[in-house]
Design a protein around this ligand. Structure first.
Ligand SMILES: [Zn+2]
Length: 164
């Protein structure tokens, strides 16, 4: 994924978390949704893609999501509700990556297994990595993601009445 889908999930979750003043939660949760992809630094460090600590490895595991969620959740409001929502947003990242049609799957079940997983149904095109995202293929991926995630963006940005 090019990240648009992850950001859309974070925006929608932020709106759900704080329907009246959502901007702060939306920004924090959009960043939280992208957090597992900080593992692309592995490429610069020479860690192979297929390594457990490579891209889509441990940072995409469902059991790592509660750890990655701690700081962003505390930046929202330090409640269990925001912690659980942030954990769900971070966990959604690996699950969405497992719906993509290329690259390696996500190590969803690490540390039990380093196996990479895809779902049987993979409708989302995989994004080129790095500067190659600025290509015709990258544009195709971005447009496809926008279409898939319109409901999330609509929920996040739909105007609501302000309380009097
Ligand atoms: Zn990812």
């Amino acid at each position: 994924m090019a990240g648009i889908g992850h950001i859309a999930v974070g925006l929608a979750a932020g709106r759900y978390q704080s329907p009246q003043k959502p901007l702060r939660a939306m920004v924090i949760l959009a960043v939280a949704a992208l957090l597992p992809d900080a593992d692309v630094v592995a490429f610069a460090l020479g860690i192979p893609y297929a390594s457990p600590f490579g891209h889509r490895g441990t940072s995409h595991a469902l059991l790592v999501a509660p750890l990655l969620a701690i700081l962003p959740a505390r930046l929202i409001d330090k409640t269990w509700r925001s912690y659980l929502l942030t954990t769900a947003v971070v966990a959604s990242h690996g699950l969405l990556d497992a719906l993509t049609d290329g690259g390696l799957g996500a190590a969803l079940l690490w540390p039990f297994t380093a196996e990479r997983f895809f779902f049987p149904w993979r409708p989302l095109p995989v994004s080129p990595i790095g500067a190659r995202v600025l290509s015709a293929r990258g544009l195709h991926v971005a447009l496809t993601e926008i279409l898939w995630f319109v409901p999330f963006v609509a929920y996040a940005l739909w105007p609501r009445k302000r309380p009097r």
